[in-house]
Design a protein around this ligand. Sequence first.
Ligand code: SAM
Length: 281
Amino acid sequence: MAAIDGLPPLREVIATHGLVAKKQLGQNFLLDLNLTAKIARMAGDLSACDVLEVGPGPGGLTRGLLAEGARHVLAVEKDARCIPALEEIAAIYPGRLEVVNGDALEVDAAARLTAPIRVVANLPYNVGTELLIRWLSPPVWPPFWRSLTLMFQKEVAERIVAKPGSGAYGRLALLAQWRTDPRIVLTLPPEAFVPAPKVHSAVVHLTALPEPRYPAEAGVLSRVTAMAFNQRRKMLRSSLRGLAPDLEDKLRAAGIEPTARAEEISLEKFCALARLVAGKG
Ligand code: SAM
C-alpha cells in the first residue's frame, strides 16, 4: 500500500536502492511510517521550525518530519547509497528538504539552518553520545537548537535522565540536566528496527533551558565531575584530592560530606562546589 506521501513503502525503497544495512554505520532502520510520524510529533510543533536530522538512512523519519509539517529539514547522511532515496523525498516536498552527504561530526549544521531549530534523529549508536555531548557543550548558551529528540540505546537514555543514588547517574546526567530538561518519551523493543539490534532503544526529548539550571563555569564543573566519577566508588575527599588545597572546607561549604561518594551528590551541590573551586562561591 502506498504511504500518505505517495512514496513507496520503506521496504521497497530499501530493495530498490540496495540499502543492505551496514553495522559499522550503526544502521538499524525504522520502517513503520506511523512510528516515525509519532516520533516526529514528540519533537513538538515543527511548522515554524527548521529541523536537523542526523542519519536519515532510507528516510523513514525524514518522511515523518515532513508529513508533520517541518518548515525545512537538513538531513545529513554519511552513506552515499542513501542519497538517491532521499532525493526522491526532496522531490515530493519542493524546497523543504536539503540532503547533505557527509559526516555529522564535520558538517556545520547551524550555519545552514534558520532559528528556531529542532534536532530530531534516530542516531547511529556509534556517534550518538559524542554528538549529544557536543550539542550540550557549545561555547555559548543558549545553543543553536531549541530541543533535541533523539533515539539512543535504552541504557544511554537512562544515563541521561538518571537521578542521584542510581547506578546510571554520572557525568552524562549532570551535563544534560544542567542545561536541559531531559525526558524519556518512548521506549522501543529491538523488533521495531530492521535489522533488530541486541538491545532496547528509547527516545529522549531534551528542551534547552534559557540558562543553566544553577550557575557554574562549564569547564570547572566538567573537571569536578570528571574527577568525582572517574573513581565513583571512592569518597569525594579522596577522588577530588588535588582539586583545591582546602578541599574538605569547600566540600562542606557546598553542603557535601567529604566522606560522601559522587553518585549521592545532586547537580545543585556539584554546581556549588564548582563555584567555590572557581573562587566564585
Ligand atoms: N533515520 C533512519 C531510520 O530511522 O530508519 C536511519 C537510522 S540508523 C540508526 C543511523 C543512520 O545514521 C544510518 O543511515 C547511517 O548511515 C547514518 N550515519 C552513521 N554515522 C553517521 C555520521 N557520522 N554522520 C551522518 N550519518 C551517519
